[in-house]
Write a protein that binds this ligand. Structure first.
Ligand code: AMP
Length: 114
């Protein structure tokens, strides 16, 4: 059996994380090295290594459910405007091979436009 990955350990409570949303199928927590004033990660409890493999193994409904969970996480954290990023593969910057969505927001508070 392969070794449990970082995000699976967070899901199972074996590594601490600041959780900001959870339901039966997803957990969201703060990114430990934020690249935006607000930087959250939304992670499916069912393991897949990357988004395209999730589509192949689980189908489009689960890909849609991941986006739904990201929107629910944003709303639960009072976010109205935000960026969703999914890195798919190492060439695109994916470092943790457990499918996840980045939610990034909060620039308007940090540096008001105009
Ligand atoms: P990616 O590059 O798309 O695979 O994103 C992985 C993200 O996981 C990065 O933004 C990291 O800062 C974040 N990360 C790594 N370790 C942890 C951790 N223990 N808790 C929370 N976020 C983490």
């Amino acid at each position: 059996m392969s070794e449990k990955g970082l995000f699976q350990k967070i899901i199972d409570g074996e590594i601490p994380a600041e959780r900001v949303y959870e339901d039966d199928d997803f957990v969201a927590f703060k990114d430990v090295a934020p690249k935006a004033p607000v930087h959250l990660l939304v992670v499916p409890k069912t393991f897949s290594p990357r988004l395209d493999e999730m589509l192949d193994a689980q189908g489009p409904a689960d890909v849609g459910a991941l986006l739904e969970a990201a929107i629910k996480t944003a709303r639960a954290n009072g976010l109205h405007d935000y960026r969703l990023v999914i890195n798919v593969g190492p060439g695109a910057g994916q470092e943790v091979f457990h499918t996840h969505v980045h939610i990034m927001a909060g620039w308007e508070e940090a540096a008001p436009l105009g």
